[in-house]
Structures are given as structure tokens and as C-alpha cells.
Design a protein around this ligand. Structure first.
Ligand code: ZN
Length: 670
């Protein structure tokens, strides 16, 4: 009897167990079952939570069983947000229940890149994902933007925030917004609001926001984080046990240019130095602490100091790079690793990608009179006159703006360490669609400028605004090689790359490809913010210092500082930034053409040259010419433009006084 009874009990228990829902997914356990880092990873082998203890609580709130509807994860780049948070959440949810999920990326190309380079490789490798979605060999009707489960009981939709049509007409219980800070407003409204509304039909939906931050004031992920309970990961001091988060301010205070590898944190309770050798142990004993317990959802902030992939010295080294110290202090070996692995090209990328913090961009230039006085009141001999290229300025470019009645040209020299020197500015009183205008630009391309040491160099690149007079500008430009004349147009986006090739319809004759080599969209918003940041530097040796020659005149300084960045918040609560004139009477061609000149320099690798490449250029151009090539100074036209054919040549153009900088428009300008 007893035997039978217990057999019955076994059957009953088994039947009851079969009717129970499966246990709630443990995303951490999912990672351990499914993720194996390959040989190229900094830590090859199976995923082990001991290496990423801070992920456990993030995984918990992302589970379907956790009541939080919204979850925010803000952090630096490259600690596994995608591979250890986003993708495992998708995998564990799809394993747990029939599900329609949605992942939204900032752009179509970002969405495609994620599917190809991150999602599909994991789908092939992870047992759990293969069981649900197949290995991609065609058993189910996969497309990049819509992936159905093998059981036909769910799907993953992949969309772009830039294509709002993708974000309508679908309901999804799990919604993940990736790289949220890069999302921009669209003609059809706010993509973030559209994404949230996809989940409105579900009481138990999960809306996840994941991103590195961007700019203070407009950054969507920071906005979400500030609304949240703001969890920071506290770790114990190895000396006294005091729990505290690792902060950038604390670390920065210890960075010594001479000893970057000794950079450390300092315990605020006992004053002891905490060096990198303590990291693993401290992080294993850490815990998340909400700094804003009244926040309306769980929000996490995590940056490079905690992650096993990179050490603390790498943070100091990238800071040194941004400060322009590296050439002085970093050993050859370290410098090689910096170049290979550096994320921070600018202070902004250091903040966003390494520190995981929003960056406060310069929203306006310095006062124009102060800038002018800095130049005009400088000690004699420290500043070059107009028209001379300094020895260090070995890339010479022109930024060109076309107007109906004139062409404005900014000549700028660029050197290492993001430094630049304005060489000259001129206004050609002709239209680019007229022979006179075209001839004048042709002449500029043939002209050479004298360097400080007496060499003569020509423009490396001219960047011409193609935004307004497109046909006329193309007609002129196509007669010149694409590696000397590029065409630029300001992009509406604030978040894109600084230079992005324009897209043209593909044509059989290959014209589109030829055009693509020449024409670029510019992120002028970023260029302006960066330029104003550099413009505020006061030490000529500083990284990014901007030098001006004497005699540029007041109107010039008014123009290069003519705009200010303002924030506007819509009724729906989305904050966007716009650049506007400081006052309506200001003109901004000087600022625009400065951006174009910089774009031209970037096309010539200004932002990415190695010290060796700079040395080669400096040897070629930044030295005295051989005796035979020296020319007497009296041949130097101060603004050396060759007159158009048929016009009577004249001697050098007289130097304009401050008051008539713009005044020679319409006169006999050559
Ligand atoms: Zn301590």
C-alpha cells in the first residue's frame, strides 16, 4: 500500500510540476549556459559571473518576474552592455515564454551592424538561442529586421529610431532601446515615445534603455538615469572597509603626467591609496546603492573603473592623450598600445566612452574682443602676420562658403596635437557660377603660401560648401581632383560622425562612386562645440590651441564667435540643441568656413596621424628650404591670388586695415 501510495504521489507530483509554469528566467544563469568568449576576447572562455559581479543585480531587474517596468543602464563603452546585458535578456525572455520583442537602434546602419556582428554570431554560438531561433540556415523566415522563432510563437523585430514607420503598428512586451543617447527627433515625432507606446498593451512589459551618454542637457540616457533611483556600485576600501563608489573626480586627482601607471583611487575615510591590484577583490564585494531612492525606476551607472576588461592605468593614459601629455611622458611601448586601443580622441569621447558620463560641450565662444586683444596685444614677435604659414602648421587647407554675390575663403594651417593657425581670410566679390568666381578659386588652388622659414606650400585641400548652389559648385569642383577639392554640406544631425560620405543613387556609369569620394556631410554641431572648446584655451602649447595672425580686424573675430548653442524642450519633454546667432546682426561665414577648413584637414588625416607621420611632414615642410629655392620676400603677395586671364596683374594686394576687412568687397580685389 505504502509503496503504491508513494508511486501515486510521484505521478501526482510530476503531473503538478508539468502544469506549473517554468521557473522564472535567471539571466545570469542564461549567460553561464550560453556565452563563451572567443579567443579574440580579452577574457576567452565561458562567461563567469564572478568576473562581472555587478551584472547580477542588473540581470535581476531585467527578468520578467521583476516588477520594474522601466530599467536604465548608463555606462562607458565596451564592457559588455550588448553581449552580457542586452542579448542575454532577449535570450532568457524568449526561452521563458512566447514573446514578441523589439530592439531599436539609433539608425538603420547601426541596426544592421548589430544584427550581423553581434546578434547572429551569438545566435550561432549560444545553445539557448539556437534552440529558439535556429542557426540561421534558413529553417525559419529570417530577415535582418524580423526574426521568427522556430516554433512560430514569437519574433524579434529590429528597428531604427530614425525610421519612425518601423516603430508603429506593432505591439511588443519586451522593448529595448540601444544607444539611446544617439536617437534624434524625427519628422514623425519622438522615437523614444513611439518605442514606449509599443508596450502599452502589456501590464507586465519591460522597457529597457541602454547607452553610453552624450552631451549634458540633451542626453536621453542621462535624462532617464536622473529620473531613476541612480544606483552606483559601492566597493569596500581594502584598508578600512569603508564602502564608496569609484568616481572620476577621485581618480583624476591622483593622475601624475610623469607616472600615469601609478594613478589610483584614494579612500575618503582613511586617506589611503587604493591601487589597481585591489580591484578584483573589491569589486567582488561590491553592492549597488541607490543615490536617489525616490527615483521612479531602477537605473544603473557603470564605467571602466569596475570592468575586468581594462585596467585603471588605461584611464589615466587616455586622459593624458586628451590633455596632450603623451608625447612628453609616455614610453614608446605604452604609446603603441594607446594608438591601437584608444577610445578617447577628444575630451568628449573620454567622458562618454571611458567615464560613462555626459559631456558639457562648450556652448559659446569666448568674448570676441578678448580674443582680438589676445592677438593684437601679444608681445612683439610672438604672433605671425597674415599670410604666413607657421613651421608647425604642416597641413594647409581652405574652407570656402559660396554666396550669391561673393565667395568667402578661410585659409588655415593645422599641426599635431589638434593645434591650428589661421593664415588668412578673404572675400572674392564674385559668384561661383560666374567665370570670375571660378577663375579666382582656380587661382587659389595654384597659389603657394610662404612658410615662416621660407618654403612655399600650396593648399592640401579645399572644402567648399555645396549646400546652397549645388549645381554651380559641382560644375566647378569636378574639374579638380577629388583629393584636393572636397564638397561639404552641414548635416541636420547632432550625433553623427564628423565627416560622413554623402549618399548618391548608384548609377551604371559609376558617377555615384566618383561623387562619393568628394562629397561629405558634416556634423557642424559637433565641430562648433569642439572649436569653441579649443578657442577657450589660453596657453599656446595646449592641445587644440587656436592661433590667429595679426591684422584680422574686428569683423573677423565677431564672425568666428557668432553662434551660441541653446537648448529647447518640447511640450512632450524632449530636449534638443540648436546653434543660433548670438545677436541677429552677427554674420557667421567666418565660423562656417573654419569648420569647412577643419573638415578638409580631417580629410588629410589631421585627427589620426601618428607621431612618425607628423615627423615626416615636418621634415618636408616645417624646415628651411634649400638655398636654391629661397625667394626674396618681396615676391610674396600678402594674399597671393593670381588674377583671372585678361585682367591686368597688379602687385600685392594692400593689407586692409581693421576697419575695411570686409570693405574690399566689390572693389578691384586682386
Ligand atoms: Zn579606507
Amino acid at each position: 500500500m505504502g509503496f503504491l501510495a508513494s508511486a501515486e504521489a510521484v505521478v501526482f507530483r510530476a503531473a503538478a510540476a508539468a502544469m506549473l509554469p517554468p521557473p522564472p528566467p535567471d539571466i545570469t544563469a542564461w549567460c553561464e549556459r550560453n556565452i563563451v568568449f572567443d579567443e579574440r576576447s580579452p577574457m576567452p572562455g565561458p562567461f563567469r559571473i564572478e568576473r562581472f559581479p555587478f551584472l547580477r543585480e542588473i540581470h535581476e531587474v531585467l527578468s520578467p518576474e521583476h516588477p520594474a517596468r522601466d530599467v536604465t543602464v548608463r555606462g562607458s563603452a565596451q564592457w559588455g552592455k550588448t553581449v552580457s546585458v542586452l542579448q542575454p535578456t532577449l535570450g532568457a525572455w524568449h526561452e521563458y515564454c512566447p514573446l514578441d520583442s523589439l530592439v531599436v537602434h539609433p539608425t538603420q546602419s547601426a541596426a544592421t551592424e548589430w544584427v550581423r556582428n553581434k546578434w547572429l554570431p551569438m545566435r550561432r554560438q549560444a545553445v539557448g538561442l539556437r534552440a529558439i531561433f535556429g542557426d540561421g540556415s534558413g529553417a525559419n523566415s529570417d530577415s535582418l529586421s524580423n526574426q521568427e522563432t522556430l516554433d512560430r510563437n514569437g519574433s524579434l523585430k529590429v528597428a531604427s529610431a530614425g525610421s519612425p514607420a518601423d516603430l508603429t503598428g506593432t505591439t511588443r512586451r519586451l522593448v529595448i532601446g540601444d544607444d539611446l543617447a544617439k536617437w534624434e527627433m524625427t519628422d514623425m515625432g519622438d522615437p523614444e515615445a513611439l518605442m514606449i507606446s509599443r508596450a502599452s498593451a502589456f501590464e507586465d512589459a519591460k522597457i529597457v534603455r541602454i547607452s553610453t551618454p552624450l552631451l549634458t542637457g540633451t542626453c536621453r540616457i542621462t535624462k532617464a538615469f536622473l529620473r531613476s533611483d541612480q544606483r552606483f556600485y559601492h566597493v569596500p576600501c581594502p584598508h578600512c572597509g569603508q564602502m564608496a563608489p569609484l568616481t572620476w573626480e577621485n581618480f583624476k586627482a591622483s593622475i601624475d603626467p610623469e607616472r600615469l601607471h601609478a594613478a589610483h583611487f584614494t579612500c575618503e575615510a582613511c586617506g589611503c591609496a587604493i591601487d589597481h591590484s585591489h580591484k578584483v577583490d573589491m569589486v567582488s564585494k561590491g553592492k549597488w546603492v541607490p543615490h536617489n531612492p525616490r527615483g521612479d525606476h531602477p537605473g544603473f551607472h557603470l564605467w571602466r573603473a569596475y570592468v575586468p576588461q581594462r585596467d585603471w592605468a588605461s584611464i589615466a593614459v587616455e586622459y593624458a592623450q586628451v590633455m596632450g601629455w603623451t608625447r612628453l611622458t609616455v614610453s614608446e611601448a605604452t604609446e603603441a598600445t594607446i594608438r591601437k586601443d584608444v577610445e578617447a580622441e577628444t575630451e568628449q569621447t573620454l567622458y562618454n566612452a571611458v567615464l560613462g558620463l555626459p559631456y558639457e560641450v562648450a556652448s559659446k565662444g569666448p568674448d570676441w574682443e578678448k580674443l582680438r586683444d589676445r592677438v593684437e596685444n601679444a608681445a612683439p614677435g610672438t604672433i605671425l602676420p597674415r599670410g604666413i604659414v607657421p613651421a608647425k602648421g604642416v597641413i594647409l587647407t581652405a574652407g570656402v562658403d559660396c554666396q550669391q554675390d561673393r565667395i568667402e575663403v578661410h585659409i588655415v594651417a593645422f599641426g599635431p596635437n589638434f593645434q591650428r593657425w589661421v593664415v588668412d581670410y578673404t572675400v572674392i566679390p564674385h559668384f561661383i557660377g560666374d567665370d570670375e568666381g571660378r577663375d579666382a578659386l582656380n587661382a587659389l588652388l595654384k597659389t603657394t603660401w610662404r612658410t615662416q622659414l621660407g618654403r612655399r606650400i600650396a593648399l592640401d585641400m579645399m572644402a567648399v560648401d555645396v549646400g546652397t548652389f549645388e549645381t554651380d559648385v559641382w560644375d566647378w569642383a569636378k574639374k579638380h581632383p577629388w583629393n584636393r577639392v572636397m564638397l561639404v554640406k552641414g548635416a541636420a544631425t547632432h550625433n553623427g560622425p564628423i565627416l560622413a560620405p554623402m549618399k548618391f543613387e548608384r548609377r551604371a556609369d559609376g558617377l555615384a562612386l566618383k561623387r562619393q569620394k568628394r562629397a561629405f556631410m558634416l556634423n557642424v554641431s559637433q565641430l562648433k562645440g569642439d572649436f569653441f572648446g579649443w578657442l577657450a584655451k589660453e596657453d599656446p602649447l595646449d592641445r587644440g590651441y587656436v592661433s590667429f595672425p595679426t591684422g584680422m580686424g574686428d569683423e573677423y573675430y565677431r564672425q568666428v564667435t557668432s553662434e551660441v548653442r541653446v537648448l529647447r524642450t518640447s511640450r512632450s519633454g524632449v530636449t534638443t540643441a540648436a546653434w543660433v546667432l548670438v545677436e541677429p546682426s552677427r554674420r557667421n561665414e567666418g565660423l562656417d568656413t573654419m569648420n569647412y577648413a577643419e573638415a578638409a584637414a580631417r580629410r588629410k588625416n589631421w585627427a589620426s596621424m601618428t607621431p612618425e607621420q607628423w615627423a615626416v611632414l615636418e621634415q618636408e615642410r616645417g624646415t628651411e628650404p634649400p638655398e636654391a629655392e629661397r625667394q626674396p620676400d618681396l615676391l610674396d603677395a600678402r594674399l597671393p591670388i593670381v588674377p583671372p586671364v585678361g585682367a591686368a596683374p597688379k602687385a600685392g594686394r594692400p593689407a586692409p586695415s581693421d576697419s575695411d576687412w570686409m570693405g574690399d568687397r566689390g572693389k578691384d580685389w586682386f
